[in-house]
Design a protein around this ligand. Structure first.
Ligand code: HEM
Length: 175
């Protein structure tokens, strides 16, 4: 019987230049200023786009790493179960994270994140828990990316761009 081999991350080099023509930033003047503040440029989007497949292939690990601590926290579990379910939210988070690596920031990207921010206000999620869970998201993403990009220069580039897009997420949620 053939056993399906579990996909594991292969160490690789970052090949961001191949994605230059596929990235774009189309946002309002106000948002441009926010991107400028953190120096998030199209170059960062090429790096993110180059990492897209690594993140997508390992999205389960990232999402499980995010939800494990939430499942250990009775306050958060009861909020989740009141409005949704862990399984459903794992699916939507997986889409949300892979979209961050698409190489495109436009009005619909921004609007979608503002809508998610409103959802979290609606469910009464305290900011401290949002920020705390962000840490776990960041750590699991870094874990996967470090396995893939073990070359120190590549990893540094990747981490710089990933922290910028995560910072944008936080700006949108906390504004
Ligand atoms: C909804 C992401 C933190 C509970 C959502 C959705 C996304 C998301 C993408 C939209 C789901 C949809 O389209 O239906 C995030 C991110 C977080 C975060 C990126 C932090 C980094 C949390 C935490 C909780 C939570 C800590 C714990 C209670 C929920 C619930 C909904 C939701 C219950 C569904 C709301 C509804 O359907 O009305 N979140 N989330 N989230 N999130 Fe979060």
């Amino acid at each position: 019987m053939l056993l399906k081999k579990r996909k594991s991350v292969q160490a690789t080099r970052l090949k961001e230049s191949a994605w230059k023509s596929e990235v774009s930033i189309t946002v309002s003047k106000e948002m441009e200023e926010q991107l400028e503040m953190i120096q998030l440029t199209e170059e960062d989007l090429t790096v993110l786009k180059a990492c897209h497949d690594v993140v997508e292939e390992n999205i389960r690990e990232v999402v499980d790493g995010f939800y494990f601590p939430i499942e250990q926290n009775p306050t958060l579990t009861s909020i989740v179960n009141k409005y949704s379910s862990i399984n459903r939210l794992k699916g939507t988070l997986a889409i949300h994270i892979t979209e961050m690596m698409n190489g495109k920031i436009d009005q619909s990207f921004i609007d979608k994140r503002r809508k998610i921010a409103r959802m979290h206000i609606h469910i009464g999620l305290p900011t401290k828990w949002y920020i705390a869970s962000f840490q776990n998201l960041q750590m699991t993403l870094f874990q996967v990316l470090f396995r893939a990009y073990s070359n120190v220069e590549d990893y540094h580039k990747v981490i710089k761009s990933v922290t910028k897009i995560l910072n944008l997420e936080q700006q949108l949620v906390l504004e």
